[in-house]
Write a protein that binds this ligand. Structure first.
Ligand code: HEC
Length: 480
């Protein structure tokens, strides 16, 4: 258990539940609390398949960044972005599973690091169908990041932005069978001289969803709540946490509002500046109602939240990665009031590639992706930092990072080829920072740390004495 004296944790609930289940028989009340991890479904998007062949994806990447001949480059870029949208369509589909009266989407059925640690008792993903499991508790990011070496100093300041990491059944099964969230395993691999953990299968998929909690007690007029909206990248790079975004939109829990891209730049906290045009039905966002247990766990994790049953968790952002290629594919999504014309780091061109099959709330999200660190791309080892950087970040997650949060940044070029420090979150690249991921039990101060956009040499001597964790920081930071 995480925290003695707090409310029942999930592991207590699980073991307590298992005992109860035995005592009460199969038809016990816990049957309703079992969530089965769903395989990533085929969303029937023409041209999309998962996993896509590594050679096919690599071919698109090469064509896209070569830049010439132009038609080939454009169509390759379109195919890569269409691939990102296909993943999003698949993992946000609703499943047949209903939990506490609410239908679960595919990613909601997946397993968290806590579900996969040795202590959980799971040995393979099949076991997860047998063991009662609650909805994953929302965790504060300060807490998520406190788990390992290096932390994001700015993360504690944004209230009510909470989330978790989830592994699809393929990734989860690999972690369980190889026991990768165990320090004993990682230590053994490191001591025996393994450079990295065993590679994940191509269909492995990992997500990091981020929610904002809307408290019913804070609603204006019993129905409206303000939500910050990303204003686009600052002209001069700087840390831009959500608390400093000037504009809001109003979400209506009774599903009114005619919002079609308009934002409220005054955002009076009493709601007096709200108009019908700056009001959006909450059904435009992926969301769920907190149960009593969800609220209790959140409150014990983040005292002072004051979460109550019936409060809403709305999905504001999600990171997605897949092992289809050796350096993984990286794409990120965030809610936008203008899904046809989202701001950078997304674009109208990217939005125009959303497939028809992407419907409902999930269609109102913007996407950015990073399948390379630079243009032109560099070899995986012994390349250099000479190319123009690719920036891809999530406004809700990385925009807040200042240079102190990204200590291994090195200066290079911005995406337009101009000299840039590339040391802010708005100048970051998923792949650059995740390429640095390593397990460092000896606390070597040479070990790679967080970075902004740059080339990372996967054979850099700085990895010596550490274990590379297949680009997944969670393995290094959540192993127990
Ligand atoms: C500055 C470093 C950094 C950048 C940039 C970054 N991440 Fe991460 N990411 C992390 C850390 C650290 C974690 C570990 C989980 C946690 O503590 O929140 C993580 C977790 C994740 C996870 C869960 C699996 C894992 O690796 O542990 C996914 C998926 C993910 N990030 C995707 C992305 C995507 C997509 C982007 C780009 C849009 C991105 N990340 C940018 C540091 C970074």
């Amino acid at each position: 258990m995480r925290c003695p004296g707090s409310l029942p944790t999930r592991s207590f609930l699980r073991h307590g539940a298992a005992a109860l289940g035995l005592a009460l028989g199969a038809a016990s009340l816990w049957a309703a609390g079992t969530i089965s991890p769903e395989n990533t479904p085929d969303p029937l998007v023409p041209g999309f398949q998962f996993p896509e062949g590594a050679a096919t994806l690599s071919g698109w990447i090469t064509d896209m960044i070569r830049g010439e001949p132009l038609p080939a480059a454009v169509s390759a870029a379109e195919r890569l972005h269409a691939h990102g949208w296909g993943l999003w369509t698949a993992l946000t589909l609703e499943t047949g599973q209903v939990y506490e009266g609410q239908r679960l989407r595919v990613f909601e059925t997946w397993l968290t690091p806590e579900d996969l640690t040795t202590a959980s008792g799971l040995r393979s993903v099949a076991d997860a169908n047998e063991i009662p499991r609650r909805r994953a508790p929302l965790r504060s990011f300060a807490q998520l990041n406190a788990a390992g070496a290096g932390s994001f100093s700015a993360e504690a300041v944004t209230p009510r932005v909470v989330g978790f990491v989830k592994f699809d059944p393929v990734a989860a099964d690999h972690i369980l069978r190889q026991d990768l969230l165990s320090r004993a395993t990682l230590d053994t691999l490191l001591r025996r001289g393994a450079p990295q953990i065993p590679a994940f299968p191509a269909a492995a998929l990992v997500v990091k969803p981020v929610f904002q909690v809307i408290k019913r007690s804070d609603l204006i007029g019993g129905r409206y709540s303000a939500l910050q909206v990303w204003p686009g990248p600052p002209e001069t790079p700087r840390a831009l946490p959500p608390a400093q975004w000037p504009d809001v939109v109003w979400l209506d829990l009774l599903d009114g509002g005619s919002g079609g891209g308009a934002v409220d730049s005054l955002g009076a906290t009493d709601g007096s500046t709200r108009t019908d045009e700056t009001t959006y039905p909450v059904s435009r966002l992926i969301h769920y109602r907190l149960s009593a247990a969800d609220a209790a766990v959140l409150d014990s994790d983040k005292p002072g939240t004051g979460a109550q049953p019936g409060d809403l968790a709305v999905l504001v952002a999600m990171h997605v990665t897949t092992r289809e290629i050796a350096r993984w594919t990286w794409q990120t999504f965030w809610w936008t009031p203008e899904p046809e014309t989202p701001l950078a780091p997304s674009s109208s061109a990217i939005a125009s590639l959303r497939p028809q099959q992407l419907r409902g709330a999930a269609r109102n999200y913007a996407m950015a992706l990073a399948y390379t660190m630079q243009v032109p791309d560099q070899p995986q080892v012994r390349g250099n930092n000479s190319g123009a950087a690719v920036y891809a970040y999530n406004p809700w997650i990385e925009a807040r990072f200042a240079p102190a949060d990204l200590p291994d940044s090195i200066p290079g070029l911005d995406p337009l080829g101009r000299p840039a420090a590339n040391n802010h979150g708005v100048q970051s690249n998923c792949l650059s920072c995740h390429a640095q991921a390593n397990y460092n039990p000896d606390h070597l101060d040479t070990a790679p740390r967080f970075t902004g956009a740059r080339y990372v040499d996967l054979a850099d001597p700085k990895f010596n004495g550490t274990l590379q964790v297949e680009f997944l920081w969670t393995i290094a930071r959540h192993a127990r």
